[in-house]
Design a protein around this ligand. Structure first.
Ligand code: GLV
Length: 324
């Protein structure tokens, strides 16, 4: 019987797919992020054939050593920066991720953050809850218009593209983007304009939304220098990975109001926040929930299970992460 380990409970639909194949499925029983030590201990117990890991798990040589029988690590995430791909590659271990249509949900979260920043909705909600609302006033919580402004995306993959299309279709925004490859669909069907560098997007956009994977080349892509290029009226939204932004530099920029605001679903030192971040009222913080719709989380479970099944049945898993 094939044995699968999942580092934390995922939606039943994925577990059932594996059980329906006759596999035995174990998972970490607690409702919290397991430490690497706990993962290693659990994996050392049986000769597992496959592991479904989470974006919170640091998967490196120590983990691979604990379970030499597992030749696939199917990450339950689009991102894969938690896995040492070089080490996996050396050992012939396959790594997969879970891209899918559900990424619409992440794009919607980015747009929701843009709107919440523009309307100052989170600040205003707190004001009402605090009992400070004593009557309507012409100059209270005056926000920012979004219509016809410029939406800049850094990373025009599936999620960035969807965010750009919503911005265009719902708010008539001009779309500018940068990526390592041109996105013909975005240019031809939605009039998006390509910019060769992130700097150009940062200088020109009223809202910048980040949609790159975290790679050595994108770590601190938005650093102090690049933050300084943004308009003082601009918003920065991050639903990708925290470390794409130098978070300490961002706190300074927000504090000094050299940019107008930021919406962050991800953090550089997740789940910890950089000093001062939570004290600022021009930032909106959500706990890495951009893909947290029932449909999305179910689809991720199905994709992760499918990758494991395809591998075990001797076919190439559909979502292999390939070292570039
Ligand atoms: C979530 O952050 C994911 O990578 O799927």
């Amino acid at each position: 019987m094939k044995q699968i380990y999942i580092t934390r409970k995922i939606p039943d639909i994925g577990i059932k797919m594996l059980q329906d194949k006759g596999y035995s499925v174990d998972f970490y029983p607690k409702d919290r992020v397991p430490s690497q030590k706990e993962i290693i201990k659990a994996l050392s117990k049986k000769p597992y054939d496959a592991v479904i890991s989470l974006l919170t798990d640091k998967i490196d040589a120590k983990v691979f050593d604990a379970v030499p029988s597992a030749k696939i690590f199917a990450n339950y995430a689009i991102g894969f920066d938690n896995i040492d791909l070089v080490e996996a590659n050396k050992r012939g271990i396959l790594v997969t991720n879970t891209p899918g249509d559900y990424s619409e949900c992440v794009a919607e979260h980015a747009i929701a953050m843009m709107l919440a920043l523009a309307t100052r909705m989170v600040e205003a909600d707190q004001y009402v809850r605090d009992g400070k609302y004593k009557g309507w006033a012409p100059l209270h919580f005056v926000g920012t218009d979004i219509l016809d402004k410029t939406f800049g995306i850094i990373g025009a993959g599936q999620i960035g593209t969807r965010a750009a299309i919503i911005a265009k279709q719902a708010f008539r925004m001009k779309i500018i983007y940068t990526d390592i490859a041109r996105n013909n669909k975005l240019e031809q069907e939605f009039g998006a304009e390509y910019r060769a560098t992130p700097e150009e997007v940062l200088k020109e956009a009223d809202v910048v939304s980040l949609h790159t994977p975290l790679l050595p080349t994108t770590r601190h892509l938005v650093d102090a220098n690049r933050l300084a290029m943004m308009k003082p009226s601009a918003f920065l939204v991050n639903t990708s990975r925290g470390a794409v932004i130098d978070e300490v530099a961002l706190v300074t920029a927000l504090k000094n109001k050299t940019i107008a605001g930021a919406g962050l679903d991800v953090f550089e030192f997740e789940p910890k926040l950089s000093k001062g971040l939570a004290k600022l009222d021009n930032v909106i913080l959500t706990p890495h929930i951009a893909s947290a719709s029932v449909t999305a989380r179910d689809e991720m479970a199905v994709i992760a299970a499918k990758n494991v099944i395809e591998f075990i049945e001797g076919r190439t898993p559909p979502n292999l992460v390939v070292l570039k």
